[in-house]
Unconditional design. Structure first.
Lengths: 321, 437, 307
């Protein structure tokens, strides 16, 4: 535990000269401290971590949610077997989540980085550009869904009207109804938000970065591209990690937008996502609690990979610094 | 905000006091505001009965309100407070609704979908109510109001048939004839398409994929008979059976004539095509009459039975879902609720409802049918002549199964008809998750 | 670590690259054109929604949506406000958001204080726990949480009459607090680290209790961080859709952002009304953003720039 004590000491001791010893706290102080940290922690653990654990336990059960705990039947890994081999929605959902992630990593995230880089240069109107581009981030994902639904409407929406594809029988594209198109249509709507979010995070990072490195590179005759890839980008490693984690987490958490657009009744072919599948198993008429929990566990496991690596990396740095 | 110099202890300034107050107020505000702002629940008020309703479309909403007002007039101080939800959302949330804090009395449907909740112990049996109202109903209706344990749970108010609806004037204009067989139907559709009309008006988007079941149910009953259909709905037959495959093959013949964009429209919006004569026929329930707002249009509305496929079964099976009311397990006002249910099971309630929403039919023997329009009279006869009455796919079967397995599969089928075989296999393989017997 | 303070300093101290600047006028112009185009494209969905919402249903039914409006009117906004009962849902949102933000800040500050000012062995674990908990997808915990809420009894006055934590404002407030504490704790602990220890040491010398240190010294100094976090939290919590959807039974108690979904259910084809309703929902967040943009951005950067 020495290591962690040292780490904690370093965490707490920034900006202080000389040695510090844990000072003696009065009994009353201890109680206050205990409450100050105990109550929030208890709430957090009770409402976040305990349900996570219960989800894992429930995934091995079969329960329709009605009746008391006594009606829960334990069925081992049957839910997982069903999920992997029988369910027609599970693998498409995984596929869609992966597509979502890859899409985000390839398009809106780099675009956001690019925009941030351009906006970092001291140019005029940067305030206007930032404000305009950043607007999607402050409206909720659900409202985003409503707005884009009117844009994608096959008869009257903006897209079809511009393209002229709102003539049934002649040229008619159902952006949200066609299972081959709807995921991409939704991804564009989601990217509208995501690129802006990444932009602002990266811009913050750039502003906090040391400019002398860039100037040194420029003085050495490096081109803009070289400066970016060799100097700026590597120097922003903490931000890069955050951007990556945010991208991954947001693609795993995608729910509001799709739920609003897909109609809340069952899954729409083409727009299955793990989060939607889970919600359908709870919000539907006869719920499969065990099966829904198994889905939740899969989502949890996938999410824990980036979460844990981020958390460990961040706090190990704290330890070392 | 001046930083205190080392050695100086800051005094308690206004800002920190404000912070304490704010935080405290934050916590205290919750119950205070909750008490005044929530609106929704009447505590155990002996003079109020809460009434949950899924009648969110204009006419049903008005009609239920009129019924509740009529109840209040004759109840001697008892009033019913309605809680109207969007009808799709109401059905969607029924599970959590019943387990959380349901209203005392609420609208629901007859069939497996009712028995399902009764068997889970979420409903209150109402045998005593039926002692009073039993004389008003024919045996068939009585049977549909019981659950498998033999107790009564359901008070019916109306039913309506599903059929193929059309406008008489359009058919007369274009010289169309009512088809007798399925082949005739497809030929008619082809003709309509040649005339520039949309042959099969459909709308199953916006959370209404249950509309697809109407077509499936009839195709199945016409092809394989009523008993097979009910057994299938109750999980006793296999969805991968060749019998179903032939149903899907028939369905494939209809698909080319579906309105484009059907999967993005609700039936309420799609029916506009029927009203303005750009569409020819619609496989739907009689509630489509709600879209015909002018009297002239309404008089022009007619329907025919879904045509015969297999002469062994003819057209003797009719899909006639019945709507009504249930009593939740632990109502806040049990006596008041039972009084409300007695009223709802009486002719007066029936008459009041139908006087506003005439796209439905009374199930009460004592109801006044003299004001029935031509369409209603035809529908009554239609149901009376039927040999078998089904309740509709999502009421005859396990609701979760229908919603999470069957409806998405059908929505997929409509887009890619060639995948019908694999879709059926998928439905079959997921069946065991829902039908535990 | 004060990213907020750093920004102007950095910008001001950056020397103008005059001597090294090649004639990059054309490139600058291209850049401006690109950025303007991007900004305009980004605004198109908004503009479309606003335009649609200002037209009447009759107008668009007749002429289609992609046409010049015959007249612009606020009728849809009025209808959405009155028919859909939006004021009631707004009130629900306020009842949920305000306490949630305040309590989250209070709790996070408490834990951050604990973690940043004292050497306890459990500090690191706490931070990791909170941060990880913040990043979980909500769907992972919804089933057990829902079941839990159905089991916890609350007095009627606290639970909107349901007698359970399900369907109560308190339930939703608590889950928001639990979920958002992670991010705020992390940010505040970083922020508090930069507060010199001489201040608290002096207080201790004077015999102040831990609580007084917290309340009178640390908290006031965190005000910029609080402002930033409060802005962020208000927008995030207000924009919540999922908890408001699942943890309320139906209808009446939902916050506006979740209630808007049932508006969609009822008025599916009337896009003018839905656009108006959706934009009405977004107005508070837009207002906060435009008024407090600096705080909002610095809130994000506080989390991003970890010293």
């Amino acid at each position: 535990m020495t290591v962690i004590t040292d780490a904690a000491e370093n965490v707490a001791g920034a900006g202080v000269s000389g040695s510090r010893r844990v000072r003696r706290l009065t009994g009353r102080d201890k109680i206050v401290l205990g409450l100050m940290v105990g109550i929030p922690t208890l709430l957090h653990v009770a409402l976040v971590w305990v349900p996570t654990l219960v989800s894992v336990l429930l995934s091995f059960s079969s329960w329709d949610g009605i009746g008391g705990l006594a009606t829960i039947k334990f069925v081992g890994v049957q839910n997982y077997v069903t999920m992997f081999t029988v369910s027609p929605t599970f693998w498409p959902a995984v596929q869609h989540n992966v597509i979502w992630l890859v899409f985000f990593v390839l398009l809106p995230t780099p675009f956001g980085v690019f925009l941030a880089y351009q906006l970092d240069k001291s140019i005029r109107f940067t305030r206007f550009y930032q404000t305009a581009i950043f607007l999607p981030v402050v409206i909720s994902a659900a409202v985003t869904g409503f707005i884009w639904q009117t844009i994608y409407d096959p008869d009257n929406g903006l897209v079809n009207s511009i393209l002229g594809t709102n003539k049934p029988g002649v040229a008619y594209i159902e952006w949200l109804g066609d299972s081959h198109l709807n995921l991409w249509a939704v991804l564009i709507a989601a990217s509208w938000k995501q690129a802006a979010y990444i932009m602002i995070l990266y811009l913050a990072g750039l502003k906090g970065a040391d400019p002398s490195l860039r100037e040194a590179a420029a003085l050495d005759g490096a081109s803009e591209w070289q400066t970016f890839t060799r100097v700026t980008f590597p120097a922003l490693k903490p931000i890069n990690i955050i951007i990556l984690v945010v991208t991954i987490i947001e693609s795993l958490r995608a729910f509001d937008l799709v739920y609003v657009v897909a109609g809340s009744n069952g899954t729409k072919p083409g727009l299955e996502l793990l989060s939607i599948l889970i919600a359908n198993n709870i919000l539907g008429e006869s719920s499969l609690v065990g099966y829904g929990s198994a889905l939740a566990v899969i989502l949890l496991v996938i999410s824990l990979v980036p979460i844990l690596s981020y958390v460990f990396q961040t706090f190990r740095k704290e330890q070392q610094s | 905000m001046a930083r205190p110099r080392p050695g100086q202890l800051p005094t308690l300034d206004r800002r920190s006091v404000l912070k304490v107050l704010l935080a405290g107020a934050g916590l205290a505000a919750v119950p205070g505001l909750a008490a005044c702002g929530s609106g929704g629940s009447a505590a155990s008020d002996p003079n109020t009965v809460t009434f949950g309703s899924n009648g969110s479309d204009a006419k049903p909403k008005q009609a239920y309100q009129a019924v509740l007002d009529a109840f209040a007039k004759q109840s001697g101080g008892l009033t019913a407070k309605p809680n109207v939800q969007d009808h799709n959302a109401f059905q969607q949330n029924i599970n959590s609704y019943l387990q959380g804090t349901p209203d005392d009395v609420f609208t629901w449907f007859a069939g497996y979908r009712m028995q399902f909740f009764a068997n889970k112990g979420l409903l209150h049996p109402i045998d005593d109510v039926w002692d009073k109202i039993g004389g008003n109903f024919p045996q068939a209706v009585k049977d549909l109001s019981k659950s498998t344990d033999g107790h009564y749970y359901f008070v019916p108010i109306y039913n309506y048939p599903w059929g193929v609806f059309y406008r008489k004037s359009l058919f007369a204009e274009k010289g169309y004839e009512v088809p007798k067989t399925f082949d005739d139907l497809i030929n008619l559709a082809k003709k309509m398409q040649g005339d520039g009309l949309s042959p099969f008006v459909q709308g199953f988007g916006g959370g209404e994929s249950w509309m697809l079941l109407g077509t499936f149910d009839y195709l199945n009953m016409r092809t394989n008979g009523y008993q097979f259909h009910i057994d299938l709905m109750h999980g006793k037959e296999s969805w991968a059976d060749p019998k179903i495959k032939s149903v899907m093959d028939s369905w494939k013949r209809m698909l080319p004539y579906y309105t484009p964009g059907a999967s993005s429209k609700k039936w309420e919006d799609a029916s506009a095509a029927l009203v303005n004569k750009t569409g020819g026929m619609m496989v739907i329930g009689m509630f489509v009459g709600q879209s015909f707002t002018s009297q002239a249009d309404q008089d022009d509305l007619d329907f025919f039975a879904f045509p015969e496929i297999n002469s062994q079964y003819g057209t003797t099976a009719v899909e006639a879902p019945m709507d009504g009311f249930l009593l939740s397990k632990n109502p806040k006002n049990l006596d008041g609720s039972k009084k409300l249910l007695e009223f709802l099971g009486g002719a007066a309630a029936e008459d009041t409802y139908l006087s506003i929403d005439s796209s439905n039919l009374a199930v009460n023997d004592k109801a006044d049918t003299s004001k029935y329009g031509a369409l209603q009279k035809k529908a009554v006869q239609f149901i009376a002549d039927a040999k078998d009455l089904s309740q509709f796919g999502d009421r005859d079967s396990d609701p979760g199964f229908i919603q999470n397995v069957v409806e998405p599969a059908f929505a997929q089928f409509v887009q890619s008809p060639n995948t019908s075989d694999s879709l059926l296999t998928q439905i079959q393989s997921q069946k065991s998750q829902y039908f535990q017997s | 670590m004060t990213a907020v303070a750093e920004v102007p300093a950095t910008a001001a101290s950056r020397p103008a690259p005059a001597p090294r600047r090649k004639p990059i006028r054309p490139a600058r112009v291209v850049l401006h054109v690109f950025l303007t185009a991007t900004a305009l494209v980004w605004l198109v969905p908004f503009v479309w929604a606003v335009y649609t919402s200002l037209r009447t249903f009759a107008d668009t039914s007749q002429h289609g949506y992609f046409s010049l409006a015959t007249a612009l009117t606020f009728e849809n906004y009025q209808n959405a406000w009155e028919q859909a009962g939006l004021p009631h849902y707004f009130l629900n949102s306020v009842i949920i958001t305000v306490p949630a933000v305040l309590v989250t800040l209070l709790f996070s500050a408490s834990v951050a204080f604990f973690v940043s000012r004292f050497n306890f062995k459990v500090n690191l674990l706490l931070l990791m726990l909170f941060t990880a908990g913040n990043l979980l997808p909500p769907q992972v915990i919804i089933t057990p949480l829902f079941r839990m809420y159905l089991l916890i009894p609350l007095p009627d006055w606290l639970s909107n009459g349901s007698g359970l934590m399900y369907n109560s404002f308190l339930g939703v407030i608590l889950i928001h607090v639990a979920f958002q504490s992670g991010f705020c704790t992390f940010v505040l602990s970083n922020y508090m680290k930069t507060i010199p220890h001489e201040l608290t040491e002096a207080a201790l010398v004077d015999g102040a209790s831990v609580f007084r240190q917290f309340w009178q010294i640390i908290l006031p100094l965190c005000r910029p961080a609080f402002a930033a976090l409060a802005t962020l939290l208000t927008i995030w919590i207000y924009n919540d859709f999922f908890w408001g959807l699942v943890l309320f039974q139906t209808g009446a108690n939902r916050p506006i952002t979740s209630a808007i979904a049932s508006l969609q259910g009822q008025y599916f084809s009337n896009q003018n009304l839905i656009a108006a309703g959706a934009l009405l929902t977004a107005i508070p967040t837009l207002a906060i953003y435009l008024a407090l943009q600096r705080q909002f951005v610095s809130g994000l950067t506080l989390g991003a720039n970890k010293g």
